[in-house]
Design a protein around this ligand. Sequence first.
Ligand SMILES: NC(=O)c1ccc[n+]([C@@H]2O[C@H](COP(=O)([O-])OP(=O)(O)OC[C@H]3O[C@@H](n4cnc5c(N)ncnc54)[C@H](OP(=O)(O)O)[C@@H]3O)[C@@H](O)[C@H]2O)c1
Length: 277
Amino acid sequence: MRIAITGAAGQLGRALCAALQPVHDIVPLDHAALELSDPTSVSRIANTGADLVIHSAAYTNVDGCARDPVQAYRINGLGTRYVALGCQRIGAALVYISTNEVFGGDATQPYLEYDTTAPVNPYGASKLIGEHAVRECLAAHYIVRVAWLFGGERNFVRTVLRLASERRELTMVADEIGSPTATPDAAAAIAQLIDTGVYGTYHIVNAGHCSRFELARTVLDGAGRHDVVVRPIALADYPRPGRVPRYTPLRNLAAADLGITLRDWRDAVAEAVLALR
Ligand SMILES: NC(=O)c1ccc[n+]([C@@H]2O[C@H](COP(=O)([O-])OP(=O)(O)OC[C@H]3O[C@@H](n4cnc5c(N)ncnc54)[C@H](OP(=O)(O)O)[C@@H]3O)[C@@H](O)[C@H]2O)c1
C-alpha cells in the first residue's frame, strides 16, 4: 500500500515510518511538508496519491492548547478536517491518531471505545473535534486513541531520567492515572490494524495502567536509580494552565477482538529504559 504519514518527524510518526517502511511505500509528511492550519493541506494530502493516510500530526502541547484554544482548534480540529477531505478526494482510508484526553477522567474503570467523551481541556476538545470531522467526512476510517506515549526524544520517561541526573529527590503526581504506551508497540499494532479493513474506533495502548508517580518509580528502578527518592503529590498541588483529566486509562476491547493486543506497560518501560542506558 502507498501510505502517507503526517507528523512523520514526531514521536509516534517516526515509529510508524520504521514499522511500515519494510512492507509499504511510505510518503512521510513532516511539518515542513504539510501545515495543518492551511486549507491547501487538502490538496497536499490528495497529491500524495495514498491508499491510506495515517494522521499523527497534532498540536500536542497541552498547556499551549490551554493558552490558545483557537490555535488548538485550527490545527487539531480544522486541520484534521482538511486531512479527511484530502482522503475523500482520492478515496484513501484514514487512520486518525486521537487521545485518552477526549475523556473526562472521572471514571472508576478504564474507558472503553464506546464510552461517552467529555474533554476537560482545549487539547482534548480539539482532538475530539478532529474525531467528529473524520466520522463526518469518511466511512473508511480508523480512529485510534493512544495515551502517555514514550519512545521518542521528548516524553515522560526521558524527563524522569533527566531530572534524576540533576537531583536526588523528585515529586510526581500520584492521582493522575493513565496507560503508558511505547511508540514501537503502538506502531506495530496499527500496522496490524490497517491490514484488517475493519474500520472503527480503537484503543491502542499497552496493557494495564498506573499513576505518574508509579511510572516514575518504575523508570528509576529499571535504570538502577534506587537512590533517587520520589515523593507523591496531588494534581491539585501542581498548577497548570489547563485542567488535566484525573483517570483516563484506556481498555483495548475492539482491537483485541481482532487479535491485536499489546504487552503490559511495565515490560515496555523496562525495554525502553534498558535501550537508553
Ligand atoms: N504524546 C502523547 O503522550 C500522546 C498521548 C495521546 C495521544 N497522542 C496523539 O498521538 C499523536 C502523535 O503524538 P506525538 O507524541 O508523536 O507528538 P509529537 O512528537 O509532538 O509530534 C507531532 C508532530 O506534529 C507536527 N505538527 C505540529 N503542529 C503542526 C501543524 N500545524 N501542521 C503540521 N504538523 C504539525 C509536529 O511538528 P513540529 O514539532 O515541527 O511542530 C510534530 O512532528 C498526536 O496526534 C497526539 O495528539 C499523543
